[in-house]
Ligand binder design. Sequence first.
Ligand code: PEP
Ligand code: MN
Length: 348
Amino acid sequence: MLIVMQHAAAADEVQRVVDTIESLGYEARPMPGAQRTAVGLVGNDGRVDASRLAALPGVKEIIHVTQPYKQVSREWRDEPTVVRLADGLAVGGNDVVVMAGPCSVESESQLLTTARLVRDAGASVLRGGAFKPRSSPYSFQGLGIEGLKLLAKAREETGLLIVTEAIDTECIDAVADYADIIQIGARSMQNYSLLKRAGKINKPVLLKRGLAATINELLLSAEYILASGNEQIILCERGIRGFDNATRNVFDLAAIPVVHSLSHLPIIADPSHATGRRDKVIPMARAAVAAGADGIIVEVHPTPDTALSDGAQSLYPEQFEDLMRQARLIAEASDRAIAAPLPSQVTT
Ligand code: PEP
Ligand code: MN
């Protein structure tokens, strides 16, 4: 960290910065320049409260030379993390993993119909919320444990792996009992007690970017999970709040290569929540694969017009087949492939 002093900073102001750094237990290295003095803080272990230094008299600005996160960074580990799921499926390798299914688990027939159709079209993971984090308390809140049981049944019948959301520390153990991947949703990205609990569970975690979170904040949230002991993290770009309401959110496609350059963790994309409109989902899924996403997660419903949540962004079955066909071509064009069906995926 570099503390840049104002042009007219007095010697005693520079000394006060030096004294403060030393009182915090770090080494201070004043570097007088032609225009102004800068003071280097050596040995920053990530615990320095920069605001204390920024508020001292004569300080112009603080320049951070290291990232606030550690274990998620490429400096910590350059080799990409490959999150290994059951049946040899891996997120973060060369293959693009497709996760698909309804927004919410609504009933046995809805879930099983969707599971079969996404499996037949080539998905490897079934998504579906049993515990739903809804913006309104009056909206459908999910089937809870009953929904988890239906997901387990769908896995048994189709061989698809399951990703489903844990909305709080109350339900995370139950979710972990049933899921192959525990989803932490956008609204929970900064629920630090939930992140720490997820860090103690030996199951892969899908961490979605918060509604208005920066990439830095997403990586810091992942750091909580890693620092608590769980390295199996898949990040997810799902769009962020912007000023333009032409789409539900603003899909930050650049987050994919940015995360790949800053972190060794894999990142997938959710074109459904990113756009909110089903006619925008296929083009943005293509774009995500082209941008190097390690996977996509897409909402599909057998009858979107009757869906209890997110019907407007849920694909019709034929649209999902089109998406898969197109995603395959885009993956091949970049020397990649859509992850092959799992040995457990039997046609019923
Ligand atoms: C979801 O995946 O259904 C969901 C609620 O997503 P997000 O947390 O990205 O809004
Ligand atoms: Mn949804």
